[in-house]
Design a protein around this ligand. Structure first.
Ligand SMILES: [Zn+2]
Length: 111
């Protein structure tokens, strides 16, 4: 099966061949086609679907319990989040970076 973007796609406004570009949005790398004349863009349907999945997950608020483990506190990261990230990048790391971003907010970084 060939990828839709391997075909020549013409801009509906200009009738010119659209060129492959990469768009970055919220840490997502989206494949897109762009018309260099009018700036019309088409995002790859598969990437758009994944991005929509991200947007839906982003809206969710998970309430998790803080537990005391050894000398530290632990929280469970919902599997839904890990599974989604795992789909994006199969190389899931065992070590993540954690920092106190601001008072009342701790962030985890997986890259
Ligand atoms: Zn155009």
């Amino acid at each position: 099966m060939t990828d839709i973007f391997d075909n020549t796609i013409l801009c509906k406004n200009c009738n010119l061949k659209m060129e492959k570009v990469a768009i970055e949005r919220n840490g997502f790398h989206l494949r897109a086609l762009e018309c260099k004349k009018c700036g019309n863009k088409i995002i790859h349907p598969e990437d758009l679907k994944e991005y929509d999945g991200f947007q839906n997950l982003k809206k969710k608020n998970f309430r998790v319990k803080l537990r005391f483990v050894g000398n530290s506190y632990a929280v469970s990261i919902p599997r839904e989040i890990i599974d989604f990230m795992h789909e994006q990048d199969s190389r899931m790391k065992e070590m993540v970076d954690l920092c106190l971003e601001e008072m009342g907010r701790v962030s985890l970084s997986f890259d």
